[in-house]
Ligand binder design. Structure first.
Ligand code: PLP
Length: 465
């Protein structure tokens, strides 16, 4: 088993019968579309670092996954994940380190895979720190960032000897100091600078004061600066500009406060295409831009050892994951087909939270497996989840193969901010299970949340009855 899974293993045969459909746009997807034979994505074979290939999820038939593990499911392709991490590592200059942003997907299987691939971790809570440590991340590869850190998190971080803690406010500095004093050690800290009206980090004046206080402390060792202001960026030059500005500000701050700048943490923000045909981030150009920034540091004798840390979440975990749900009902309403799935924004909130339109793929049901999907007419379809809110729309497509009850729908690029950024409690449906696939083997790595257990975990106060 890879990662921390606990339950049944399913060995799933690879046989293919799934149809690709065109991606939904921001609203309704315009136009019709060929259903390419054999489930090929329009425009060519997808790169092997995405979970959906040739109508299969990580090489396995989605119907077999659904039969073995039930639905709804979040599925992760650990081989694709390793491939993405290796590609990023190989592209970046040696003086750039990678810390996977665990918030994008805290599955132990995902973190363990990335640890094996040489990534570090960026964690922002006690739970994320525990997950990273349990998944095998070396403490010296972990940075602790984010606002509102609890004392327990700070203590645990200091005691485990993490690479650095990014202090988010003037008040956090003495709290890290107390934790380090209690542990009889010196805590390495990054000073976080706020960017562009963010609530994260500190103003220049506060950051400078925090850095000076850290310089003066026996229990703190200021090692660098953290700043992060971008999200889902596909344009390499925009990312490079952010890196250049952050490094420039970090150099000024370190010199003004009087500490050697060992590390500049520039955060994540590397985007992924969510629509078919959208150009991916030009990794070579991003890497070359960072290389230029590093070359610029060579002019300062105090900066020749300075390293840059990137904290990608979405870029690593997003395309390696898919959400698989079953059509439980189909009806005609307002001239459209409405397909109701057994999971929706309770398991995948991005369509409601940020209006994301994921690529969707229809997979015929087990009963239909001998009937080609190509026979399905293309119709306007709204795909919803089972919640009693009109926000629960997973996709709205102008032309999609006519869905039928018991079909499966694969929602692509959900490996980041999918399971972890959802609202599983609303309407008390079953939660999604999580399945990891590597080398053609699938394994349950998180059991489905059973609504009966949620009920059993509650009490009724005696005074109320
Ligand atoms: C401090 C920090 N680092 C990294 C990330 C990861 O961002 P992304 O998934 O866009 O790469 C985030 C996202 O919120 C963040 O807050």
């Amino acid at each position: 088993m890879r990662g921390g899974g606990t339950a049944a293993t399913g060995h799933l045969p690879a046989s293919s019968r799934a149809a690709a459909v065109e991606a939904p746009g921001g609203g309704e997807t315009p136009g019709g579309g060929e259903i390419p034979g054999g489930g090929e994505t329009p425009g060519g074979t997808p790169p092997s670092d995405e979970i959906w290939r040739d109508g299969l999820l990580a090489g396995l038939d989605p119907r077999d996954l659904a039969r073995t593990f039930g639905t709804p499911l979040h599925v992760y392709d650990l081989d694709a994940l390793s491939a993405r991490a290796a590609r990023l590592r190989a592209a970046l200059p040696d003086r750039v380190d990678v810390a996977y942003a665990v918030k994008s997907n805290p599955s132990l299987a995902v973190i363990a895979t990335l640890a094996s691939a040489g990534s570090g971790a960026d964690v922002s809570s006690e739970g994320e720190l525990e997950a990273a440590l349990r998944a095998g991340m070396a403490p010296r590869a972990i940075v602790v960032t984010g606002p509102g850190k609890s004392d327990r998190l700070l203590r645990r971080a200091v005691e485990s000897g993490v690479r650095a803690i990014a202090v988010d406010s003037p008040g956090e500095v003495p709290r890290v100091e107390v934790a380090a004093m209690a542990a009889g050690t010196r805590a390495r800290v990054l000073v976080r600078l706020a960017r562009h009206g963010q609530t994260f980090g500190m103003s220049w004046e506060d950051a400078l004061a925090a850095a000076r206080r850290a310089v003066a402390s026996e229990h703190l060792e200021p090692v660098g600066v953290h700043a992060f202001a971008v999200s889902s960026v596909l344009d390499a030059q925009t990312l490079v500009r952010h890196v250049r500005q952050t490094v420039g500000a970090a150099v000024r701050l370190a010199r003004a406060a009087g500490f050697p700048l060992a590390l500049v943490d520039v955060g994540g923000g590397l985007g992924i295409p969510y629509r078919d045909g959208e150009a991916p981030l030009d990794l070579a150009s991003f890497a070359a831009g960072i290389g230029n920034v590093l070359a610029g540091l060579a002019s300062g004798p105090d900066l020749r050892e300075t390293r840059i840390l990137v904290e990608p979440g979405r870029y690593l975990s997003g395309p390696s994951g898919a959400y698989l749900a079953r059509v439980v009902d189909v009806k005609r309403l307002h001239g459209r087909h409405v397909a109701v799935l057994d999971g929706g924004i309770n398991h995948l909130l991005a369509p409601a939270l940020v209006g994301r339109r994921h690529r969707l793929r229809l997979v015929g049901s087990a009963l239909l497996q001998d009937r080609p999907l190509e026979g399905r007419p293309l119709v306007p379809v709204t795909i919803t989840g089972p919640l009693c809110t009109s926000l629960d729309v997973v996709g709205r497509l102008a032309a999609f193969p006519e869905p039928r009850p018991a079909d499966l729908i694969a929602v692509l690029d959900t490996g980041a901010y999918g399971f972890t950024q959802s609202m599983p409690w609303f309407l008390s449906h079953a939660g999604p299970a999580e399945v990891a696939i590597a080398g053609g083997r699938a394994e349950l790595v998180r059991e489905r949340l059973d609504p009966a257990e949620v009920v059993a975990a509650q009490g009724i106060p005696r005074f109320a009855v």
